[in-house]
Design a protein around this ligand. Structure first.
Ligand SMILES: [Zn+2]
Length: 196
């Protein structure tokens, strides 16, 4: 993150004044909230939604003005797309939960966030990044949950999503190869589970 920060400072005029300090918060420091937990579990039972949205929802009650970069290929997009409205400020368009038409559980978890890139795909983001000259910075972003020797593992969910969302070039050949086997193995296991 420090490397990315330095690259941004070098590339964007006055970004040192605009970019806030990084604040580290441990998950166990965030206040419990049974209301959010209940709503998250209900959503999870409908279809998979990452566990981070439960504690992020709780965090959003403690810190205002949080932006959540859910994008079009994300699993959470499915929950949000029919429950948001578009608004505008000096930084451009963003989405927020539309409380008048939103499902109560979705509002409970997501109502304190702004979604600035909800309608972007990862590939669109990359095209815009290239256009604006920030490609080198993007190559230093991180997504893998279990890196091996500082390189993406190819086996975790974010690695799988990175490949599925058209950004497979971010992983080395061996990691992509492992990912293909991992997905085949998972399909076989799921098929066997359904038969049992
Ligand atoms: Zn990984």
């Amino acid at each position: 993150m420090e490397k990315i920060r330095t690259m941004i400072y070098e590339k964007i005029l006055e970004s040192e004044k605009r970019l806030k300090e990084t604040k580290v918060i441990q998950i166990n420091e965030i206040k419990e909230n049974n209301n959010i937990l209940r709503s998250y579990n209900k959503l999870y039972n409908k279809t998979f939604i990452g566990g981070q949205y439960e504690w992020l929802g709780r965090l959003s009650k403690e810190i205002g003005e949080l932006e959540l970069c859910v994008h079009k290929d994300d699993k959470a997009h499915y929950f949000l797309e029919k429950n948001v409205k578009c608004e505008k400020d000096i930084n451009g368009d963003f989405y927020i939960i539309d409380k008048e038409k939103s499902d109560g559980d979705i509002a409970n978890v997501f109502e304190n966030f702004k979604f600035p890139i909800l309608e972007y795909t990862k590939v669109q983001m990359m095209e815009e990044i290239k256009e604006k000259g920030f490609y080198e910075i993007m190559l230093n972003t991180w997504f893998c949950h279990n890196p091996k020797n500082g390189k993406p593992c190819g086996m975790c969910n974010p690695c799988t999503y990175t490949i599925e969302e058209g950004m497979g070039f971010r992983l080395e050949k061996l990691a992509r190869f492992k990912n293909r086997f991992y997905r085949i193995e998972r399909k076989i296991k799921n098929a066997l589970r359904e038969k049992m």
